[in-house]
Design a protein around this ligand. Sequence first.
Ligand code: ISL
Ligand code: CA
Length: 575
Amino acid sequence: HPRRFWWKEASVYQIYPASFSDSNGDGIGDIPGIVNKLDYLKDIGVDVVWLCPIYESPQVDMGYDIANYRAIYPPYGTMGDVEELIQGLHDRGMKFVMDLVVNHTSDQHAWFQDSRLTPRSPKRDWYIWRKPIIDKEGNMHPPNNWASIFGGSAWSFDDLSGEYYLHLFCPEQPDLNWENRHVVDEVHQVMKYWLDKGVDGFRMDVINLISKEPGLPDAPVTVPIQDFQPADMFFANGPRLHEHLRGIRKILDEYDAFAVGEMPFVADEQEVLRSVASDRQELNMIFQFDMVSMDNGKAGKFSPQGWTLDTLRSIVDKWQTCMYRHDGWNALFLENHDQSRSVSRFTPHKAAHRTAAATMLATFIGMQSGTLFVYQGQELGMSNLPASWSMDEYKDVETQNLYRLALAQGIESEQLEAFLKEIRLKARDHSRSPIQWDSKSHGGFTTGIPWMRVNDDYKHLNAKQQLSDPNSVLAYWKRVLRVRKNYSDTIIYGDFRLLDREHDAVFCYQRTGHLGVITVVTNFTGNQQIWETTDEFPVSWSVEDVLLANYPEPAAFEPEKILLRPFEALVIFER
Ligand code: ISL
Ligand code: CA
């Protein structure tokens, strides 16, 4: 059995500050707005709050472009507000995790302002500068062919000093140079600054991108229609990553804090284990993206890719089994501020089945082993933005860049329709619309004009309605979180095995702990399904064995089979 730790048993609630709750009517969510909702969070049953970046920032990428690590973005509030938030959480027995973005800064950060002045600036080497390549005709080119993750070249030319700098994301997000010891020291100082304020841990943004392949070689041409090529083989999981992660862990240990690393571009179990296996002394857990990228096509996230229950089964089995066997730890999530709403994305459904679909997904993810992350609004079953909305309502820099790039490449109308369909399915904007608190205007999120339009369905889908409805998505999530606590021996620490690997509609798995066996049966379709019991399934079940069921009336069990209604989910416990 894995060793017990508080951070393994914790459920984490992720807050996107701009869209959570606006306390002063300026249309932007803020920290006092979060403080007003602490009792709501406590009532859900979460143990930790992870807050997306609130630092001083020009907000080119919603705060993932930090201009000052020791100051707060004024529309979000003051340092005093943050201290009140930390106190309010601690008073309620909850913990606080900050989002720390140290692969890059904003171009407005004082370090970059210094760095860009001249090639001899004291902080020149804090970022990644290279001379242009000049071809035979005398034309200037970027130092290599890397594509930015948000489209276009990963290099921008800076007139001031006549060189290019690297930015894996927007031009306004220059990458820090972790080869420079002073950069590493400064990051450690920033961590200590926040830990001294009482922060209990960090979510570390794209932490596996901090070490790049020396020499920054050209990437192979894998997307010929593009001028620039995906280069993650050279900028992700680089040679000095683990040395840097151990440095980060040392600081965390001084404070008994924890870290969850965000790690895109890593599918290899061995590489992930090097970052999270308990004997490595690196990170406590990481976010990997296997599940939330299984429907991304080869030509990027807005190209289509079908998936089946088999795809999902092999991903879940891979990570559940791997972490249990090798003493690593999973971070479980279906949504975050970079992903669309899971109920729209993974369970296409009729309106009448939305509650069933959302609660089925809560069961599917909530009975797995790992630290569970719930993204704001997921506990309400919030959906993607309506298909009727125009592209102007999409505020995200990634969506807008990739859309403009497609238009600039002269995409044909048929392809454009397909592209827009993917935007409606997977754009980051879907999870960034304001939280729907009640049926008042703008869903009670603000008394002013919201920075982003509220989803039209707020009149019937909102927290106030769900708080008073025992059959709501919210009521179900509370039960899931409670069951995780009460059966932690099995759900958090037990082992995992798939049942019935063949079924194309029903996803089943079993968890075994010291105290019992838990069987999870989830119908991923909007149709009735028959699930026939197998040898492993408890035949002598009774209603008392059902730990969780997402329909008010019990399912139709027959001796050898269960009749599952659309998106029905059942969790059965045997001692
Ligand atoms: O969202 C993605 C693609 O749609 C991911 O590739 C995402 O860019 C990647 O996971 C990194 O995300 C993090 O760093 C970005 C920021 O825009 C994201 O919001 C953040 O979560 C740059 O800081
Ligand atoms: Ca505000």
